[in-house]
Design a protein around this ligand. Sequence first.
Ligand code: IVH
Length: 682
Amino acid sequence: MTEQTAEQRIHELSLKINYHNALYYQENRSEISDYEFDMLLEELIRLEAQFPQFKKEDSPSQRVGGTITKDFPTVRHKYPMLSLGNTYSEEELLDFDKRIKKILESEGLNLEEIEYVCELKFDGVSISLTYQDGKLLRAVTRGDGIEGDDITPNAKTIRSLPLSIKGDQFPAEFEVRGEVFMPNKVFEELNRQRAEEGKELYANPRNTASGTLKLQDSAEVARRKLDMYLYFLLGENIPYKTHAESIKTIESWGFQVSPTYRLCRDIEAVIEYIKYWEKERKNLPLETDGVVIKVNSLNLQEVLGFTSKSPRWAIAYKYKAESTSTRLNGITFQVGRTGAVTPVAELEPVFLAGTTVKRASLHNANEIERLDLRLGDTVFVEKGGEIIPKVTGVDLTKRDPQSQTLVYIQNCPECNTALIRKEGEAVHFCPNIKACPPQVKGRIQHFIQRKALDIESLGEGIITQLYDHQLVKDPADLYDLKFDQLVNLERFAEKSAQNLVDGIAASKNVPFDRVLFGLGIRFVGGTVARKLSEAFKNIDALAKASLEELTQVEDIGEKIAESVLEFFADPDNQKLIQRLKTAGLQFEAIGKSYALQSNQLEGKTFVISGVFQQFGRDELKDKIEAHGGKVVSSISKKLDYLLAGDKMGPSKLEKAQKLHVSLISEAEFLGMIGEATTSEGE
Ligand code: IVH
C-alpha cells in the first residue's frame, strides 16, 4: 500500500466509524453488525500502526485502548465538583421549593412558581470532561470534589464520548459533566462470564464502573463497554439562559444526554415526574437511585448560589432502598454451559420493587456459608443497586432453633456426577462435560450464537427439542440434520424447517476465528480466538502448538494455553473437529495469503519492535512467515533475532543484549530474504 492510499483509507475508515458510532449512540440505530464495526476498527488500527504519521489525535481507534497507565495524574478541578442535598419525602421537597422562593423573595424576586428541570439520578461515577478548541483535552474523576484523577485514556474508550465536537458553534474551552455507568446488560454478561470462570462476582454496576475506570490497561476498559450520560455544561461566557437549553446544546454537540429529562412548570409537576419514574426507571438500561431537581433559570441559579457543600438550586430525591423479607423455601442448583453450579434461593413469592420475586441467586457455596442460611429462615431480599434480587441476610429473631445448617450438594443435580471444586475457586463444577445435559445443550447454544456460527433460526427451545429427540448432541450433528427430520417435529413447518437447514448451511462460510470461538474452549472468548487464529492460521497448526508456542501469542497466558492444550488432547474433540471439517466449516484463516515463498527462515524466531522505514510491522511479519520464520512476542534466550526499528523501548534492547540475541535492522532483514533495500523515491 502506498502512503497516499493509506492516508486516504485511514481518513475514510475514520469517517465511517464515526458515522456508525454516532448513528448508534445518537439515533439508536445501526446499519452494520457489531462484527462489521469491529472489522472496520481493526483495519484502522492496523493501518495506523503501519503509517503512524497519518494517525489523528481524535482518531476513533482510541476507542479500543491500548495504553497502560501506572498512576493516574491528580488534577485540580477548575470548578469544584459538589454533591447534592438529599431528600426522601414529598414534604421535604415542598420545603425545598418554599426555601427557594423565600431566598429569591429576600433578593426582591417575587415568583409565583419556579420552573424546574427533573433528571434521573444515574447511579454511576461522576466525571468531568474538558474540551479545548472542540477536542477532548482531559477526563477527570470527581475524586474529593477538589482534585480528581486524570483518566483520559480510559474515558476515550467509551464509544458515546465525543472525541471532538460536532458543528462549529462552541466556546473555545468548556467543561461538561456527567455520569459514567456500566449498562445493566453489560454488567450481567460480565458476571455471567465470571461465574463461568469460577471467579467472584461483582457486586453491582456502579462499583464495577468505578473500578473499571481505574484499570491500568485501557484495552481492558474498552472491553468493559462503559457508557455515559452528560447533564451539566460549565465555562466562561456560556450564552444560555436555562439549564434545559444548555443540555439541548450539549446534545447537539454530540454528547449523550438521557432522553428522560423533563421541564416541570412547578413543584407539583416535579412530584408527578418522581412518581412516574419510580416504576418506569426499572425499564431503563442502567441503574438509577433517584431524581435530581434543578432550577431551570441559570440567572436564578446564580442568585441562589451554593452552600459550602452543594448548590442551593438543586436537590436529589432518593427512592427508598427496596428491601423486604420472605421465607426461604429451599435451595436449587443450576448447572451452566461450563458445568459451573449456581445455587438459587427459592423464596416464598413476595412483591418487591414492581415485580414478584420468587428466586434469588446465591452465587456459590461461600455465600451460603457467609449468610449461614438455613431452610425455613426468614431472609431479607433486596433489589437496589443490583438487578437480580439478592439475599442480604437472615432475620435471626425468626429463626427456628431446631434448624440445621445447609449442606452443599455433592453431586450434579442434572446427571448425578460427583462435583469438583478447584483449589482457590469459589464455584463447584460438574466434570461430566460430555454427557451432562445442560452442558451439552449449552455448548450447542454457544456454538450457534451470533458471535460464533450465527445460526439465527436456532433458539434455546429448538435446541432442547432436537436434543430431546436425540437428533443433536454436539455441534457437528447440526450439519447432518435433514429437512425431512425437522419438518415432522412439533413446532416446525416447511418454512421453518427450510430456514433452519439454510441457516446451518450458511454458517459454513463463517470465518475461522468465529468457528474457533464457537468450539467453546474454556477461556477462549472472541478476542482470544481471533488472536489464536491470526497467530496459527489454521486449526491443525493450533492443535499442534506447544504450551510455549501458545504463550508466545499476545495476551495468551498459561491458563488459556493449558485449556487449549487440554481441548485438543481430547480424542472426542479431535473427532468433533474432523466431522466439522468434513461438513465444510472454515478452519483456515483467510484474508492474507500465506503461500510460502521460501523456507530460508525455517525454525527461526523473530521479535519485531519499534517503527520501520519501509514496511509496517504487519508487513514484516507477513514476510517472515512467507519465508518460513515465526514471529513471537517476547524476548527469550531461545529467540533468534530481534528485528529492531526506531523508537524501540530501552528495556527490550537491554534484555536482548543480556541474552545475546542478534539484533538486526530492517535493511539487514530484507537482505536476508533477498529483497534489496529500495532507496527513497524509487
Ligand atoms: S447534577 C452540583 N445531575 O449525583 C451538582 N448529578 O449527589 C451537580 N448524579 O456527584 C450534579 N445523576 O455524580 C446531577 N442527573 C444528574 C445526576 C447527578 C447522578 C450524581 C453526580 C453527583 C451526585 C450528587
